[in-house]
Design a protein around this ligand. Structure first.
Ligand code: ING
Length: 310
């Protein structure tokens, strides 16, 4: 009896500033139903899947951005998605901005929630690596002010028992850092779900623009192979408020092979069967961490933030 999960990577095309949550949730439900018809067990949506990528604008008064955040999950806007998922018996992973006002404190997180087939939230991951900049940088063609709008998670990376396997999550820039995968690999993760919004233009070094697709695949394939896990990276792509973003949604096997990928820059469901036992073919051999890893000599990995000369 294999533990095969049929995963639907639900890529989104642009969400424009004027697209209200109801219209977006309708798009999510269309993809959910397509996934159910395809026999999917689980649907993965992108980062910030309910709104446009609002960190592309800088507002001096951050409360003017409050409306881009959810204050609860589910809520009036997303309840129809949770209800339909439960009716169809399909789980999902949803990226959104969370404004957490709890007991007088206020925190702004970039999060992903993993939802089981019965509509219950299994866990919520907060983005760890926050890219971009903290202050307005008017010389940029568009802002990427995530470090203004979101705090970095103090919790790190978790792995949850769900859908008959061990499911991990990360968000966008997290996928570029090998530590993200290894932290979950050391928790015996079998499937990592990662939504992203990645503009094709990278202002600090435009030479990277033409390499966005290559880098996206490079990090997902290496992270999958080096930790013997499936990795699903799901885009919100296309031209969103004038900014063209990467659309290369991928499902990657523990071998590092790409099992399925999107072929458009719009709303598109990418389906792949993930036999979770495939992970053991790498984790019990080449990447038998208990046998081969040498943490006793990896002393810099957690003692240093960046390079330093001894
Ligand atoms: N976006 C980007 C990412 O890491 C970025 C940051 C922007 C990278 C533009 C390259 C080009 O994919 C998010 N949301 O983390």
């Amino acid at each position: 009896m294999t533990r095969t999960l049929r995963v639907g990577a639900a890529q989104l095309g642009p969400i424009q500033r004027s697209d209200d949550r109801a219209s977006v949730v309708s798009r999510l439900i269309v993809l959910l139903r397509e996934a159910a018809d395809a026999g999917c067990d689980l649907v993965a949506y992108p980062e910030l899947a309910l709104t446009t990528f609002f960190p592309r604008w800088f507002v001096d008064d951050i409360t003017e951005a409050d409306h881009w955040y959810e204050t609860a999950m589910p809520n009036e806007h997303t309840q129809p998605l949770f209800d339909e998922a439960r009716r169809l018996g399909v789980g999902f992973c949803l990226g959104y901005a969370l404004l957490d006002r709890d007991g007088g404190t206020e925190n702004r997180w970039n999060v992903q929630s993993l939802v089981d087939r019965d509509g219950s939230i299994v866990g919520t991951f907060r983005k760890v690596h926050i890219p971009g900049h903290e202050a307005h940088e008017p010389d940029r063609p568009f802002q990427h002010a995530e470090r203004y709008y979101f705090e970095p998670s103090p919790l790190g990376f978790g792995v949850w028992e769900a859908f008959g396997g061990r499911i991990g999550m990360m968000i966008c820039n997290d996928r570029r850092w090998p530590e993200s995968y290894r932290e979950m690999g050391l928790q015996d993760v079998e499937l990592i779900l990662c939504g992203y919004n990645t503009p094709l233009h990278y202002a600090p070094d435009p030479s990277q623009d033409v390499l966005q697709g290559f880098h996206n695949a490079l990090v997902a394939q290496s992270g999958a192979y080096q930790n013997g896990t499936f990795v699903v990276v799901v885009a919100k792509g296309g031209v969103e408020e004038g900014v063209d973003s990467l659309s290369d949604t991928l499902v990657v096997a523990p071998s590092g092979e790409i099992l399925a990928r999107s072929s458009t820059s719009g709303d598109e469901l990418v389906v792949a069967d993930c036999d979770l036992d495939w992970c053991r073919q790498y984790r019990d051999t080449l990447f038998d961490m208990h046998r081969y890893r040498r943490p006793e000599v990896y002393t810099r990995l957690t003692s240093q933030r960046g390079p330093q000369l001894d």
